[in-house]
Design a protein around this ligand. Structure first.
Ligand code: URP
Ligand code: ZN
Ligand code: ZN
Ligand code: ZN
Length: 480
């Protein structure tokens, strides 16, 4: 047969339009987009379905251990099942660095772990201890191996960088052609609020949100952008939860600064009130930044429509509620400071974005494609191979029934976590099949893929994240 696979009769959705068309696949790649594709070894009928590019989730925590004893229970295998169940085919996940240690050893370990799963994957290297050895010797070797993004935290005791350290990471990224992704919250402000809250006996899960109101996110976002501007280094602000932080991004974008903003389904659907559920159930909604309220959801949608926030990722975190590593590991009356931060959302990301966005008329189908696949792939150097349906691209597809109504349950998430924060949520629109490099890896919720078939996605230099060449006094402090 001329083709290994034909996907026939669907409406193919691209970043700038949708049309009825068949897809012909050979050797894992799309080789034909045509009115009619025949002579295929295997045919998948897609009548009445949308054919979407497989989701690209550029922010997933998988199998990450932390020095404080937290371990993400999601493995590369379980994460692959969950991703395929939700229509996602590629992820960018993280290699941790612990203070006092280098990065290369752990990086090699993560390459091996990633290769054991089924998802195509790239890595962000987290930098928590930017020594000369790490920045001058190790980072260049990671770049040579295809890592093109560094992740930094401006909060969390075991992870955060001070401004001087952050500047050094920005300068290194500039010299080596990496993007920097930043967790923006003011650590000192949060610590000061936490001390006062605990002294006042306000230690329930809902007080997690009291410890980190929007202003601490806005301040850190402003500072992260200002310092990136000083270095002339492009950044992406991770998990923007509120309009006041997004406004900082919008203002910088208007000046021409290369700064992009990501948000997540939790900031469009969950609220601080969820953290106030009885019997410590509120811990199931604890992530940072904290979920806000309904009015804020509306403002975040506005920022999406304006293009200020142009990527929607899950920030998937593999913490169960129960168990030794779970949210309630320190007991159901533990202070919120003892609860690991982060919530699972790998499988729920596309259904929620589609339902709350496209089905409810807040965004177009084309915007959905850009937010969920095309933009993250372009920003992180995975395009044009990933993130769009085009001749030459990998045949990564989600076949989508836009009329199917589903009530989200934990079982549907196909992850290793014992709960979903979206339990009971009704969505309209659901992936009925997922195709990864021409192979049907999910059909009606059943995942069939061999562990060990996930591919590492090395990234070369790419123009999209090139510095602008705008430097104070025309002096390149990063190169000096
Ligand atoms: O609460 C969160 N988001 N935890 C995961 C790590 C991070 O900050 O992205
Ligand atoms: Zn973060
Ligand atoms: Zn809402
Ligand atoms: Zn994260």
């Amino acid at each position: 047969a001329e083709y290994d696979l034909a996907v026939r009769g669907g409406v193919v959705a691209g970043p700038f339009g949708a049309a009825r068309c068949d897809v012909g696949v050979r050797d894992g790649r799309i080789v034909a987009l045509a009115e009619r594709v025949t002579d295929a070894a295997r045919v998948v009928e897609a009548d009445g379905l949308l054919v979407l590019p497989g989701g690209v989730d550029a922010h997933c925590h998988i199998e990450e251990p932390a020095p404080d004893g937290t371990v993400h229970e999601e493995t590369f295998v379980s994460a692959s099942c969950s991703a395929f169940a939700g229509g996602t085919t590629s992820v960018v996940c993280f290699v941790p660095q612990w203070k006092g240690q280098g990065v290369l050893g752990r990086y090699e370990d993560y390459r091996r772990r990633g290769a054991g799963g089924m998802l195509d994957h790239a890595f962000h290297q987290i930098i928590t201890d930017p020594t000369d050895a790490v920045l001058e010797d190790e980072v260049p070797r990671l770049v040579a191996d295809g890592v093109r993004s560094l992740k930094v935290f401006l909060t969390y005791d075991t992870l955060r960088l001070d401004d001087a350290e952050y500047l050094r990471v920005l300068a290194t990224a500039r010299r080596h052609g990496c993007l920097v992704a930043v967790h923006c919250e003011n650590d000192s402000a949060i610590g000061w609020r936490i001390d006062a809250l605990l002294r006042a006996g306000l230690s329930a899960p809902k007080h997690h949100a009291w410890a980190r109101p929007p202003v601490v996110e806005r301040e850190a976002t402003h500072r992260a952008i200002a310092l990136a501007e000083l270095v002339d280094q492009p950044i992406q602000v991770f998990h923007v939860s509120c309009a006041e932080a997004a406004e900082e991004i919008a203002r910088a974008q208007a000046r021409g600064v290369k700064v992009w903003g990501e948000t997540c389904p939790q900031y469009l659907t969950l609220t601080a009130a969820d953290m106030d559920r009885p019997d410590f159930e509120g811990a199931k909604f604890m992530c940072s930044p904290a979920p806000r309220d309904e009015e804020e959801h509306g403002r975040v949608w506005d920022m999406i429509r304006r293009g200020v926030l142009d990527v929607v990722s899950s920030d998937h975190c593999g913490f169960s509620y129960g168990g030794d590593a779970g949210k309630a590991r320190a007991g159901r009356d533990a202070p919120f400071t003892a609860v690991p931060n982060g919530i699972p959302g790998l499988a729920a990301r596309l259904p929620i974005l589609f339902s709350e966005g496209v089905s409810k008329g807040r965004i177009t189908l084309e915007q959905f494609v850009r937010l969920s696949a095309t933009n993250p792939a372009r920003l992180y150097g995975l395009g044009p191979r990933k993130g769009a349906i085009a001749v030459g691209a990998d045949a990564d597809l989600a076949l989508w029934d836009q009329n199917k109504r589903v009530t989200l349950t934990n079982a549907l998430m196909r992850h290793a976590i014992d709960y979903t924060p979206y339990e009971g949520m009704e969505v309209t629109g659901w992936p009925v099949a997922t195709i990864r490099r021409g192979e049907v890896v999910m059909r009606d919720g059943a995942v069939e893929a061999e562990p060990g078939t996930g591919r590492f996605l090395p990234r070369g230099p790419y123009d999209f994240i090139k510095p602008r060449g705008v430097l104070p006094n025309n002096f390149d402090a990063a190169g000096a």
